[in-house]
Design a protein around this ligand. Sequence first.
Ligand SMILES: Cc1cc2nc3c(=O)[nH]c(=O)nc-3n(C[C@H](O)[C@H](O)[C@H](O)COP(=O)(O)OP(=O)(O)OC[C@H]3O[C@@H](n4cnc5c(N)ncnc54)[C@H](O)[C@@H]3O)c2cc1C
Length: 318
Amino acid sequence: MADTWDCVVVGGGAAGLSAALVLGRARRRTLVVDDGDQSNSPASGIGGLLGHDGRPPAELYEMGRRELAAYPSVEVGTGTVFGGQRTDDEFVLELGGGHAVRTRRVLLAIGMQYRPPEVRGLAELWGRSVFHCPFCHGWEVRDQPLAVLGDGDRAVHQALLLRNWSDDIVVLTDGPAAFTDDDRARLGAAGVTIDERPVAELASENGELAAVVFGDGQRLPRRGLLVATTLHQRSSLADDLGAARGDATPLAADPIDVDAFMRTTAVGVFAAGDVSAAMPQVASAIAAGSLAATAVVQSLSAEDYGLVAPEWRSHVNA
Ligand SMILES: Cc1cc2nc3c(=O)[nH]c(=O)nc-3n(C[C@H](O)[C@H](O)[C@H](O)COP(=O)(O)OP(=O)(O)OC[C@H]3O[C@@H](n4cnc5c(N)ncnc54)[C@H](O)[C@@H]3O)c2cc1C
């Protein structure tokens, strides 16, 4: 095992690369380990990122890696962190093949697994005309016939939100709807219709959504579909390191619990980006990574130089 790193950043998406930039500029020895599966990779462009609106995600990550090359204390490696544990005042992270690295701090920027509903034909359209976030992809399908696949409160919320982009919206409940009279009234008032027929598959043309196909074979032409999607931890890495999960949100089933400085409940372990976010977006991930990195530097400086830094929370797994 080589020398101890100041910080290993696990994950090289928006949050991890942003964190590494700040760590590198603070001259901290930083290793980024990334296995290259950023959640927005299927999307053709990043919607709503200032300065990069519409840029293909892979291009942004490549630009980020190029910027990091200017900072000699930062190394970016391709690989997977399979597990980790605390040993005294350090961490040992397992990289597979018998390799491991030692580090004083860990920053988890590992993203989340997005789970959309299982519908035939959805995977091919995911991140383009089938999407989980209207702020990311609504603009591209504005003024088109759109649909929301879902039921209950969340579907009402999504349909009324989607009204910002189109006045032709159908909620597909894929069976008998669970709406209250009030839900139906609000949807109706906004001009949103409800279709309860069971959904069989999504039909595409030239790689974009063309129609929703029902169980009876009938088709509803649509150009965009918003689907209720939930984010889940991709692995047990955070658990291994003792970082507790926070409360579920409507979007995230099991986000990592962090404080205002992106510190988890495990001393020395930080988390940023989708893995601990309430609002999964590239801009938020970049901001969170940046903030986490400043907190990492402060926590190392407290140890090295006596900097006064905020105490770690009391309910921690030291
Ligand atoms: C299809 C889709 C389209 C989207 N479109 C937009 C959009 O247009 N605009 C917008 O603002 N947001 C969009 N989002 C949301 C946005 O992509 C995320 O909020 C953002 O990318 C989160 O960044 P992150 O760094 O936290 O995670 P990610 O970008 O997912 O990066 C995490 C990285 O960590 C790696 N990793 C995970 N575990 C390990 C491990 N154990 N070892 C090593 N590496 C590991 C992964 O392989 C990945 O490279 C979209 C999301 C999806 C799913």
